[in-house]
Structure formats: structure tokens, C-alpha cells
Ligand binder design. Structure first.
Ligand SMILES: Cc1ncc(COP(=O)(O)O)c(C=O)c1O
Length: 424
């Protein structure tokens, strides 16, 4: 890795054609005279990332795939949900008529200040502030943590990837505790890391003993923890978290849904624990999933490197303005959160009355339900979709017989229940 300065002959190096190293080609015909007395020469140099054995010796054309990094050729694509408009066309229903309970979005949307601020955007043609200063200042006030510990991203998703890009060398290991948010495993794959899966207990709590053992044996670099966990809504207690923080591992605590738990965020803990990162998002608390704003709290010794590695303009002007405007109306955010928490209680009770569903108690804005009594979870999801009600079904082995239902507005719960009644 590094830069080859094409004006400096001293930076050129050659590797043995037969060795396994990467090859540097020098195009002799492109020697150019430089300077008046022709004493200096510039070289046109291409450094190939293709190991020597993959370089085609003959005239055969290389396929596009041969340029792709080896570990990415085996990567399974992330399975995102369908865009709202595509879904609407597929179901033959207006977007407004779809009860969308499959992606834990906030159905109330952002406070009115957000749309007002977007309408008044003065300089959309100017690049955004690479340091998102206004938003970080507002977040410092909101969280009680100084802004130099805070970095903003294009959703918490971007920060997960950025953390991995800054910490993982290819071949490094991460600990993942399934069932959980699948982006950790996906991003680990993108970053060439190996995933050590330490499954949860039957009640979805972390198996801390096994985590300690895995860290001892496998020596992973980081662990991704989620509290409340997606998809079951369980939270991590202080005792378990502190035990994991004692391990020689970077702990990334994802608090995307913390507002719905009634628990305090651990953002401030990053000042005490040099191996802790806490991630949060505006997608759920402020109904801004479409505008993509997430944020993280970092120890100063780590954040410095994320600043260096992040894309300069990762948070758009619209995203920053929207998040700042949302924070200006904490009363609205609190009201919407309270409405969702109240509706979670009602939804849970109603789901419990469905003979083939076994809902799991949740501290978040979704409820995981075991689909039982001979009912097939995938078919149930598909049948509900035909009626315009979207819930989440999983294909992975841990969650095969489950569906996850996001908490919506009371009228959305009513429609869901009407549809479910058709099956009993
Ligand atoms: C646990 C968890 N973390 C992070 C995210 C992504 O957040 P963002 O929308 O800010 O990228 C999600 C999205 O569903 C999530 O479930």
C-alpha cells in the first residue's frame, strides 16, 4: 500500500515475476523528457493489485470479475426491504394504504420543524460541513456528552462500516451475537473479516460466558452488541456490559432503539472506557430514516482515526438541517416515543390473543413473535402482504419460525388485527 510518485524514480520497485507479490509494470515507451536538459525522466507506472498468479500472461481478456477483491466475490448481497413505491406497485395499493410494519420506521415522521427547515434550505448547491458542527453541538446538548466525542454519519449503518474499515485488517475476527441486526455480519464480509457467532440464550439474552470463552480462544478485535436488540427487543444489563468491557476487545454498542427502552443511553460511558463505542440514530427516534442521519460516541483515542478515514461530505446539508430541526422540538420527540411505547403494550396484548402467535416482550418499537400451531411464518408474512400489511420474516436458521412486527399507529394495529383474525 502507498503512493507511487511517478516523478521520482527512487520510488520504483520491482517484484520477482515468479514471486507471489504484486507486480509493478513500467511502460518503457512512456518515458518522457522532463526539464530542459533531459536529465529527469517521468515514468508511467501502474501498480496492480492482482496477485501475480492471477495476471493473464496471454492475450486473453480479463473478465470484470477478476478485478473484484477475492473475498468480495463470495459475499452474499444484503437483502434490503423493497422501496415504498415499488412495493406499492407490486401490491397494487397506494403507499398511504400500506400498513408498513416491516422496518421499524417511525410512522409519525419527524416534527413539523423538519419540513419547514428543508423548505427554507438556502445553499443546497454548497457542500455540507464535513464536521457537521451545528448538529454535533445540538447532539452534545441532547446527550450531555461533549461534541469532540461525537461523530455523525449517513445513518448508523455508515458508522458501522467506518468503524470496521478503521479497525479491521483482512482476516481479523469480530464477534456477532445472533439473532441480531444483520448489518454487522454483512459489513464484516465487505471488510474481509471473519465472523465468530456466539448465539444468544433461548430468551435472547447474551450468553456472556460463551462470549468470554470466544474472546479468549479466537482473539477477535471487536464485538457488536445491540441494546435493545433487533429483532427481539431485549436489553443488555450493566453487569453483562461491564464484564464484556473488561475483555481485550473493542465493544460497539448499538443503541438505535434506546429511546423506546426507557433506559439512559450509555453514550457518556465512552469517557470511562477506551474500548467502547456507542451508536445511535435519528431514523427511529425522529422519524428520519429516509434522510439518513446516525451518530456515535467515541473515546478520543479512536475518534481521531474515524475523522481521518470518513468521506468528507458524508452527511448531506438536508440531513444535518433535518436532524438539527428535529432536536429543536424535544417535546414532539417525547410525545411520539410515548405514543409508540403505549401502542407497544396494546399490540403485545392483542398479539398474545392470536392462537398461533407467541409474542416476545420487547423494550423497543417492534415485537418478535414465534409463529406456532402449524402455521408457516413465511406464508403468514406473504398472506398479510397480499392484504397490504407488511411484517418482517427471516430466512436465517435462528428465526425461521418467527415474524417481527413494528409498532405502528393504533389504526395500523387495528388493521393488522383484522387481517390476522381471518386466520382463526
Ligand atoms: C440495530 C440497528 N442498528 C442500526 C440500524 C440502522 O440505522 P440507520 O437507519 O441510522 O442506518 C438499524 C436499522 O434498522 C438497526 O436495527
Amino acid at each position: 500500500m502507498g503512493v507511487i510518485d511517478i516523478c521520482s524514480t527512487s520510488s520504483l520497485s520491482f517484484t520477482e515475476p515468479s514471486s507471489n507479490r504484486h507486480r509493478i509494470f513500467v511502460h518503457q515507451r512512456l518515458f518522457l523528457p522532463l526539464g530542459r536538459n533531459n536529465n529527469h525522466r517521468a515514468f508511467f507506472v501502474m501498480s496492480s493489485a492482482i496477485p501475480v498468479e492471477h495476471v493473464n500472461e496471454g492475450q486473453q481478456r480479463l473478465s470484470g470479475e477478476s478485478f473484484i477483491r477475492t473475498h468480495l466475490r463470495k459475499l452474499s448481497p444484503y437483502q434490503p426491504i423493497l422501496p415504498f413505491e415499488v412495493l406499492s406497485a407490486q401490491l397494487g395499493r397506494r403507499p398511504e394504504d400500506i400498513v408498513k410494519l416491516d422496518a421499524n420506521e417511525n410512522p409519525y415522521g419527524p416534527p413539523p420543524e423538519v419540513l419547514e427547515a428543508l423548505g427554507k434550505l438556502k445553499f443546497p448547491y454548497i457542500y455540507p460541513d464535513p464536521e457537521s458542527r451545528c448538529l454535533r453541538k445540538a447532539l452534545a446538548k441532547d446527550s450531555g456528552l461533549e461534541s469532540n466525542h461525537i461523530l455523525v454519519g449517513c445513518g448508523a449503518d455508515e458508522l458501522i462500516d467506518l468503524i470496521m474499515r478503521c479497525t479491521l485488517d483482512p482476516g481479523d475476527k469480530i464477534v456477532d451475537c445472533p439473532p441480531t441486526f444483520t448489518m454487522y455480519e454483512f459489513d464484516a464480509g465487505v471488510n474481509g473479516a471473519e465472523v465468530i457467532k456466539v448465539g444468544r440464550r433461548p430468551d435472547f439474552n447474551l450468553n456472556v460466558e460463551l462470549i468470554v470463552e470466544a474472546v479468549r480462544q479466537e482473539k477477535p478485535k471487536c464485538i457488536f452488541l445491540t441494546s435493545p436488540n433487533n429483532p427481539d427487543g431485549s436489553v443488555i444489563n450493566d453487569e453483562d456490559l461491564l464484564e464484556i468491557l473488561e475483555l481485550p476487545i473493542l465493544v460497539v454498542l448499538d443503541e438505535a432503539y434506546i429511546e423506546f427502552s426507557g433506559l439512559e443511553s450509555r453514550m457518556k460511558w465512552v469517557k470511562k472506557h477506551d474500548n467502547l463505542i456507542v451508536l445511535r440514530t435519528f431514523s427511529k427516534r425522529a422519524g428520519l430514516a429516509g434522510l439518513r442521519v446516525g451518530y456515535g460516541a467515541f473515546p478520543l483515542s479512536i475518534i481521531e482515526y474515524l475523522w481521518r478515514a470518513k468521506q468528507p461530505y458524508n452527511v448531506s446539508v438536508a440531513a444535518e438541517v433535518s436532524a438539527c430541526a428535529a432536536l429543536e422540538n424535544p417535546v414532539y420527540l417525547e410525545k411520539v416515543k410515548d405514543a409508540l411505547v403505549k401502542e407497544r403494550g396494546r399490540l403485545y396484548k392483542l398479539l398474545k390473543e392470536v392462537p398461533f402467535l407467541n409474542p416476545h416482550p420487547s423494550c423497543s418499537n417492534f415485537i418478535l413473535c414465534a409463529v406456532e400451531s402449524g402455521m408457516d411464518a413465511k406464508m403468514l408474512k406473504e398472506d398479510l402482504a397480499k392484504m397490504g400489511v407488511m411484517v418482517r420474516h427471516y430466512n436465517n436458521k435462528e428465526l425461521k419460525g418467527y415474524i417481527r412486527v413494528s409498532v405502528g399507529k393504533p389504526e395500523q394495529t387495528d388493521i393488522l388485527m383484522e387481517c390476522l383474525k381471518q386466520f382463526f
